[in-house]
Design a protein around this ligand. Structure first.
Ligand code: ZN
Length: 411
């Protein structure tokens, strides 16, 4: 993708500001690099990447690029391991984020007449508050539930006639199943679901959409770059539009760091164009996606990336074959009688790697047969012989948080 002139100008301006900041994160990181020599996109692409570990090392406030009195809020990445990442926000960062989030809702056709039930968490994490401030800026009515308490969620959904559900895919599925189980589907007024924060397969999407009777939209973002709200799918469900007036996207080969040709899958790298509190230059997201060519039928002028295919750290190598969750979803989609939920165990037994795929099957199917079919199609599509363990719907764990589906027990 060619960088727009406006984006290049903003990046140049930002680099000059960051390099002038004594003791600042990028002044240290880019020490010895002549920023004034960056005259083209190609020059920019020679700058080193920024990694998650460097952001951790800057804990607690080493990323701050403005005087302390300008920082109005911090958020922190959920970081399951070790030191968290702290991202400082200025007033403008907070209002820019709300503005982008409002644009996401509008892309999904959500208006001030909607009632938006927000189930992602509030607190250090960016999710809940982002969904809320964007909805308020839009003028919609927010029902700020946060996660959990399924009884109350469903009651509020019925009594307040929520029209939009914001949730992770696993929590949306849990709510959909609960609503079906209680037989209260006819008292639910939902029209749209905005689903963020984890990748999900086509089958899961279809189940949630069918059980809730809604159209689903993907929202993308990460705490390091505002939070959710920097990309959003539209009615046409063909990838996600991203806001290239605020963020600059590159897609690289995660092994070599080279840009991949447009349209090929690789790791998304983000440069912020307007952030003040903690701007990031060429930040490696570890999310796998690709640029989608051409214009979208919806008429939205913003470019698109594909729905996330997985994360570079979810990629596992079994017997020399790279496997990521997107492939498993694709195989599940192909196998008749297989449902959307799965878990993968990878073990090292008797001197070799063994991959076992547990997956849920539709009621009434011959499990053994579906298991064999799964084995055949997996071999055909991915090139690896695996063990398959078909189970009944509801046997695999559901979670209100991001769910882990691939367990590598080899190390
Ligand atoms: Zn579109």
């Amino acid at each position: 993708m060619r960088m727009k002139e406006e984006a290049f100008a903003l990046i140049k301006e930002q680099l000059a500001r960051l390099m002038a900041l004594d003791g600042g994160f990028y002044q240290k990181k880019f020490a010895g690099i002549d920023i004034s020599a960056i005259q083209s996109q190609e020059d920019f692409e020679k700058l080193p990447f920024t990694n998650k570990d460097e952001l951790r090392e800057a804990y607690p406030l080493g990323l701050a690029a403005v005087p302390e009195e300008e920082i109005v809020r911090i958020h922190s990445s959920s970081g399951t391991t070790g030191t968290p990442i702290i991202i400082p926000y200025t007033k403008k960062d907070v209002s820019d984020w709300a503005y982008l989030f409002k644009r996401c809702y509008e892309t999904a056709g959500i208006t001030s007449r909607d009632r938006i039930q927000v189930t992602p968490g509030y607190g250090l994490w960016t999710a809940g508050i982002g969904f809320q401030t964007g909805a308020e800026l839009l003028g919609a009515m927010v029902v700020p539930m946060g996660p959990g308490n399924t009884d109350k969620q469903i009651r509020m959904m019925m009594d307040l006639k929520s029209t939009v559900l914001c949730a992770t895919s696993s929590y949306a599925l849990l709510l959909a199943e609960e609503i079906a189980k209680r037989g209260v589907g006819d008292q639910i007024h939902l029209k749209k679901g905005v689903i963020g924060s984890e990748r999900w397969g086509e089958k899961m999407r279809r189940r949630i959409a069918a059980e809730l009777g809604v159209q689903l939209y993907d929202i993308y973002g990460l705490t390091e770059v505002y939070g959710p709200g920097i990309a959003m799918s539209c009615d046409y469900e063909c990838g996600m539009h991203y806001w290239d007036d605020f963020v600059y996207f590159e897609i690289i080969n995660p092994h070599t760091g080279e840009l991949v040709p447009d349209g090929e899958v690789g790791e998304l790298v983000i440069t912020t164009l307007r952030k003040e509190g903690a701007p990031l230059i060429r930040y490696r997201t570890h999310d796998l996606t690709r640029f989608l060519p051409g214009d979208c039928a919806c008429g939205c002028p913003f470019p698109r990336i594909d729905t996330l295919i997985g994360r570079t750290d979810d990629m596992v190598k079994v017997k020399g074959v790279n496997i990521y969750p997107g492939q498993i979803d694709d195989v599940l989609k192909e196998v008749k009688g297989a449902s959307s939920e799965y878990q993968v165990m990878i073990d090292h037994l008797y001197g070799k790697d063994i991959m076992t795929l547990f997956f849920e099957t539709e009621p009434g199917v011959d499990k053994e047969e579906v298991g064999r079919e799964m084995q055949n199609i997996f071999k055909l599509r991915v090139g690896l012989t695996i063990l398959t363990k078909p189970v009944s719907i509801g046997e695999l764990p559901r979670s209100e948080k991001k769910s882990t589906r691939i367990f590598d027990n080899r190390y």
